[in-house]
Write a protein that binds this ligand. Structure first.
Ligand SMILES: [Zn+2]
Length: 325
């Protein structure tokens, strides 16, 4: 665990705590709106957590068949295909591989990167998609990609600046970066809407300003910035949890946290009333997020963002702006 300060403002000032969960503290930078865990778990702790299936969302949830996961993939592909519709596409944090499976159907040549080894096996064996579990820098023997995609993964990056610089390096000239992430620059009065911040899996929540700065400082030209309000989904989720679950007590330690392990292959095949209900809830979440959420106000509210950016090179090379924590 190490104390850190705002990645963007780089001051020595310790920001006030906004949220505490599972024994971890999220601090909010008053200057730029970044919400960050400090003290932060070490990179080894984080890798260990994902590789041993101890993340807040276990592998069987990712690999379980779900109509809504394919709907989400098709929704994102409809936006992506306005900018690029073929070539090599890499997903970072490929989950259960369903986005890659749908992208392949539309003509992309697909590749996955995933830290959870059970999910890697599922993507390789059940979906027959090339998937590796290492670091982006070394993955797929240096292959350059036309598109790099990630969804709800940015908040998990240990060093977002280093990761975006690596993404830049692994894209072809003019390549497309497409990602979705939740925000941190909402008013504090909306905090009670959240049932969980999934600490310590999530390390950062970004403001709009942070995301624009992150792209500009790592060599990307922003092509699209789309917003959806998360409030309807958050409120529905919290109401559901209140009806069905007892609240957690006390903190959690990364070294002792255990996930319920169901073999991925078994989980994907096994039909049950619970899975049908889960799929219905996932579908409801999808509709609340991207259809109801599209119609509601977004300013200073909890939102999810989709950003599309293009790699730029030459005079705007990110090497001049190389930043590390
Ligand atoms: Zn800041």
């Amino acid at each position: 665990m190490e104390k850190i300060n705002c990645l963007f403002c780089k001051t020595d000032q310790e920001d006030p705590i906004l949220v505490q969960e599972n024994g971890f503290s999220g601090r909010k930078c008053a200057r730029c709106g970044l919400v960050y865990i400090s003290p932060r778990p070490s990179l080894d702790d984080i890798k260990n957590m994902y590789s041993h299936d101890q993340a807040q969302i276990p592998s069987d949830t990712h690999t379980a068949q779900s109509f809504s996961k394919r709907m989400l993939a098709r929704h994102h592909l409809a936006i992506l295909r306005r900018y690029i519709s073929s070539g090599k596409l890499l997903e970072i944090g490929a989950g259960g591989g369903y986005f890659l499976d749908e992208a392949r159907k539309t003509g992309f040549e697909v590749f996955g990167l995933e830290w959870n080894t059970r999910q890697v096996e599922f993507i390789r064996n059940s979906l027959a998609i090339a998937c590796e579990s290492g670091m982006l820098n070394d993955a797929f023997e240096g292959t350059l990609f036309d598109t790099i995609y990630h969804c709800d993964v940015l908040s998990h990056f240990y060093d977002p600046f280093a990761e975006f610089l690596t993404i830049h390096k692994r894209l072809k000239t003019g390549g497309i970066l497409f990602f979705e992430t939740g925000n941190g620059d909402f008013q504090e009065k909306y905090l009670p809407a959240f049932s969980s911040f999934q600490y310590p899996d999530h390390l950062f929540f970004f403001s709009e300003r942070n995301l624009r700065d992150l792209l500009a400082q790592t060599g990307f030209e922003l092509l699209a910035f789309r917003r959806w309000s998360l409030l309807p989904q958050l409120v529905a989720k919290k109401a559901f949890f209140r009806l069905t679950k007892k609240p957690k007590k006390g903190g959690q330690d990364l070294s002792t946290r255990k996930a319920t392990v169901i073999p991925a292959e078994q989980s994907a095949r096994k039909p049950s009333p619970g899975k049908i209900i889960q799929t219905a809830l996932d579908l409801l979440s999808f509709l609340l997020r991207y259809y109801v959420g599209a119609m509601l106000p977004k300013e200073k509210r909890p939102c999810t963002f989709i950003l599309v950016a293009r790699k730029v090179t030459g005079t705007s090379s990110p090497a001049k702006n190389d930043r590390r924590l």
